[in-house]
Design a protein. Structure first.
Length: 326
């Protein structure tokens, strides 16, 4: 009996010592700022998550022009298939709106260009308020055209649990290399044709956004987002020829779309995003172009199915005739 009591006492003391040590270790971790910084944010994406959230970076003065043109073209397609679109602009309220689509006025942000602070704050806002419910985030300008259906189909083939930073890769203009101060191995996703972030990457990046904004080297927001992802996470913009074709970048700032020749470019029908359309009329024209592309594709697919149907009908007819003869 005495041995049983001693054994119980020994077990209780061992439990008490373990509890005290565990509590002391916990206090040490919580009390260490450096330890907290080393713990990555791991917010799991909901199993019911939608594929894509599109965050459009715009300005109050463009809500009634470029943003309205986007809503009447590719944003309406997004709404039809359940893809959510948000418009981010300056803190100052505007009398202009974008219909039923939410406009988020970011605190402490103005409409200055380039929109460096706006983009960093947008990424943080999206992380805090939305990204638990989405697998991918697309950061878009208000002058980019997005083929939403095709983009969603493409993203459904990619693993959003991996930290992916995807778009049209850029190195900077030769005359800007010294100013940008990028390392030889570094490249970034150019903001114009849109930048795609996986849920995993946004979650890991969120804790570094304020630091990177405060220590920005240049005024180029896409370069600084890329620098932040490179320096803090060790990840570069995807570098693949196929992806560069999917994110169609017009370096003439809209000049090439004034000519009909661009619509004969064989790369254009396969693009997921096209940039840039500074005037609403240009956005409506590219929308019409892609509708015609989709119609022609549907016609070809219909013709293919009709031929298959004729074949199977002939086979069925022969089988019926053979069965009748027997």
């Amino acid at each position: 009996m005495r041995l049983v009591r001693i054994e119980r006492l020994r077990r209780f003391l061992a439990f008490l010592v373990g509890l005290v040590l565990g509590y002391a270790i916990l206090l040490r971790i919580v009390g260490s700022k450096n330890a907290l910084k080393e713990i990555p944010a791991r917010t799991p994406v909901s199993y019911r998550a939608k594929t894509l959230l599109i965050a459009v970076v715009t300005a109050n003065k463009h809500l009634g022009g470029r943003a309205e043109a986007a809503i009447k073209t590719w944003v309406s397609v997004a709404a039809e298939i359940g893809v959510d679109v948000l418009f981010y602009t300056a803190e100052e309220p505007s009398n202009l709106g974008v219909g039923d689509f939410p406009v988020i006025h970011l605190a402490g942000v103005d409409d200055s260009y380039p929109p460096q602070k706006k983009v960093f704050k947008m990424l943080l806002h999206a992380h805090v308020h939305y990204m638990d419910n989405y697998k991918w985030l697309l950061r878009a300008d208000d002058d980019v055209y997005i083929r939403v259906k095709q983009l969603v189909h493409f993203l459904d083939t990619v693993n959003s649990h991996q930290p992916i930073y995807m778009g049209q890769p850029g190195l900077g203009k030769p005359e800007d290399l010294q100013r940008l101060k990028l390392q030889p191995h570094e490249h970034f996703c150019m903001g114009g044709p849109g930048v795609i972030f996986s849920h995993s990457l946004v979650t890991r990046l969120a804790n570094h956004l304020d630091y990177c904004l405060q220590h920005a080297v240049s005024y180029n927001e896409d370069v600084e987002v890329g620098r932040c992802i490179s320096r803090q996470l060790g990840i570069q913009c995807t570098w693949a020829y196929d992806l560069s074709r999917l994110f169609y970048m017009d370096y003439s700032k809209g000049e090439i779309f004034k000519s009909e020749l661009v619509y004969k470019d064989k790369k254009l029908p396969n693009a997921l995003t096209v940039h840039a359309f500074k005037k609403p009329a240009e956005m409506y024209k590219i929308h019409q172009y892609f509708i015609e592309v989709d119609i022609n594709k549907t016609k070809l697919e219909t013709q293919k199915f009709e031929k298959e149907l004729v074949k199977i009908q002939k086979i069925t007819k022969k089988q019926r005739a053979y069965a009748t003869d027997k």
